[in-house]
Each structure stands twice: as C-alpha cells, then as structure tokens.
Design a protein around this ligand. Structure first.
Ligand code: GLY
Length: 344
C-alpha cells in the first residue's frame, strides 16, 4: 500500500514536471514553456533579451520584467520613457506599474523627469504601504529614493514631432494604428511623423514572464498617448487594466487606447477568462471582442492589443486590427516576433 502511494506521488511529480517543462500540455494547446517572457511590439525583442538574462539563470520573474522594460525606457526612439512624445503642453509624463507572484503591486502615474518609472513603481510596491503614487508626490518619492531628476528637455525626435503637431494642434488622439488598412485617415490626421517610418506610434511596453520556479510577474510602462491632454492617464499604470497577475492562473498586459482597456478592466478580464478555462489566446480574443461590442463602428478608429501567458507557460495575443505584434522569448536563440491575430 505504502509503495503504491509512493508510486502515485512520484508519478504525479513526474507528470507535472513534464507538463511544466514543455513536453506536453493538458489543455491541448501548443506545449507551454518555462521560463518564458513575452512583451508588446518589436521593441519587446530587446527588452526580452534583458529579461531572459535574468530568467535563464534561475532569477525571479519580477526582476526579469523590471530589467526587461528598463531597456525600452532607456531608448530614445520609442514612445516609452523620457525620449517619448510629450503631452500637448510639451511635457513628457510617464506611467508604469509592476506586479509579482504574491499579488504585491506598485504603480506611478503622471511622473515627470524620472528615467525609470518602472523601478519607482517597484519601490512603491516594496517600500510603501500603498499601490499608487502620482504626479509631484511620485516624483518626490522617486527623488527621496535616489532617482536622479533628469532634464525637461525633449529628445530631438520628440521635439521635432511636437513642433510638427503644434502646427495644427489638432486634438485627435489615436494610438497604435499604423499598419492597418482601416485607418489611414486617422493616421495622417494625428501622427506627426512617427508613422512614416512605422516605428513611433507604439505607446507602451507590457511584459509578462514565468520563471523557472513557476512564478509569474508583469510590468507595464508608457508615456501614454502622444500630445494627450495634460493630466490624462491611460490604462498602463492601473493594476487590472494595463496589467494583471494571478500566480495561480496567469498574467496579462495591454497596449493601445487605454480608455477602452480601462472600460473593461482588460488585463484582469483576460486573467479571469483564463481562469474559466480559456487559453491565453482565446482569453485575449474575448477581451478584444468585448471592446468591439462596446465600441461598435468606432472600434475601427482604435487599436487595443492584449498578450497573456498562463501558469503552464502557454502564451497568446490578440488585437482589434492588423498591425500589432509581440515578442516571445523561450531560449537564448528563440526570441521571436509574432503577429497578433486581429478581428477587424
Ligand atoms: N496604453 C497606454 C495609454 O493609453 O496610455
């Protein structure tokens, strides 16, 4: 009897080891992998490399997702970090949030002149009894924590874009609509020059990871909508909207028009849909469908994309319209860009 019980215990350990190391999958989806990191847009490829350096050495997912998106925050040619487009008054304001396997979370919003909002968000999580700090209070906290106050000067690209935008000062915010055939009119109406090279209308990097110990974490960081109203926040710093992690189920993050992600508590919805048995891709698709149902014809004027991973290391993404992609890394030599499936 004892031997039989022992055999059953060993079998179940063996089975779960096989499931989690990627040889098989209970759900019938492509086999999951562990560790794994995925992130939004082509910028995610570089961010994934930094995250992978942590994950491949057995590091925690929370460290991976912080270090990963710091790469994008550092870049000067992206819509994340201090090099990004300013608001319509000419100031770059940054939003970020982070969440770990214990449901600890931290967030900063409307933060100015700080290079790494994601790291400030992590300090909020670890060093304060709060989840969210905003504006001058967030900046004051960052400086007290030793983050240098950077110059207010716009990056050369952002300055060029802003000057061009000022010529008309039209307030027609559109995010992430670049490659779709649906919205060429919106593109030229709003985006000053970033869309001409197809590179600069991305608003956000969201990243979710599963580490070798089977723990999930996520991060999300953005400058928000270019030329937004001063004080406007999107989904990215909002836990449950731009990012959500439930270590029993999965993790999800969003990019695109934040107002419409907030409306459906998008990332939380994706995780809850996975809890109900949906694969990451199915869950992302259903969340996108919910936005389209609410927006009706106006869905053609917006872009939203979700990406998600589950506890088995399966991943997926979905978006409203063509043009969204995400980066998936499961090994040193496997960091690939995947086109998001789209509905419209
Ligand atoms: N998804 C970023 C924003 O709406 O600000």
């Amino acid at each position: 009897m004892l031997q039989r019980r022992k055999f059953l215990e060993l079998s179940s350990i063996g089975l779960s080891a096989i499931t989690f190391s990627g040889f098989t999958s209970k759900s019938g989806n492509p086999a999951g992998k562990k560790p794994i990191v995925i992130s939004t847009w082509a910028e995610g490829l570089n961010a994934n490399k930094a995250a992978w350096a942590v994950l491949k050495n057995g590091g925690r997912a929370i460290d991976a997702v912080e270090q990963g998106v710091m790469v994008t925050e550092n870049s000067q040619n992206c819509c994340v970090g201090l090099g990004a487009n300013p608001d319509r008054d000419g100031y770059v304001t940054l939003d970020a949030c982070i969440m770990d396997e214990f449901s600890n979370c931290g967030s900063v919003a409307f933060l100015e002149r700080i290079k790494h909002p994601i790291s400030v968000a992590r300090r909020v999580m670890e060093k304060t009894p709060h989840v969210m700090l905003v504006g001058s209070g967030a900046q004051q906290f960052a400086v007290a924590e030793g983050f240098p106050l950077e110059s207010e000067k716009l990056s050369p690209d952002a300055e060029r874009s802003y000057k061009k935008w000022l010529e008309k000062s039209e307030y027609k915010p559109v995010i992430n609509i670049e490659n779709s055939g649906n919205n060429l009119k919106s593109q030229s109406a709003f985006a000053p020059n970033k869309l001409e090279n197809g590179d600069w209308n991305h608003d956000t990097i969201g990243m979710v990871a599963l580490d070798a110990n089977g723990n999930l974490s996520g991060s999300c960081t953005t400058s928000g909508m270019g030329f937004k109203m001063r004080g406007r926040l999107g989904d990215s710093p909002i836990i449950g909207a731009g990012l959500f992690v439930d270590n029993e189920i999965g993790a999800a993050t969003a990019t695109g028009q934040g107002e419409d992600v907030i409306r459906i508590c998008g990332s939380h919805l994706v995780v809850e849909l996975m809890r109900m048995g949906n694969s990451p891709e199915q869950a992302c698709k259903k969340a996108v469908e919910r936005i389209i149902k609410i927006k009706g014809d106006k869905a053609r004027d917006i872009q939203v994309g979700f990406i998600a991973i589950n506890k088995r290391g399966e991943y997926g993404g979905y978006c409203i319209q063509k043009g969204f992609n995400f980066a998936v890394c499961t090994a040193d030599d496997s960091n690939i860009l995947v086109d998001g499936k789209h509905i419209l």
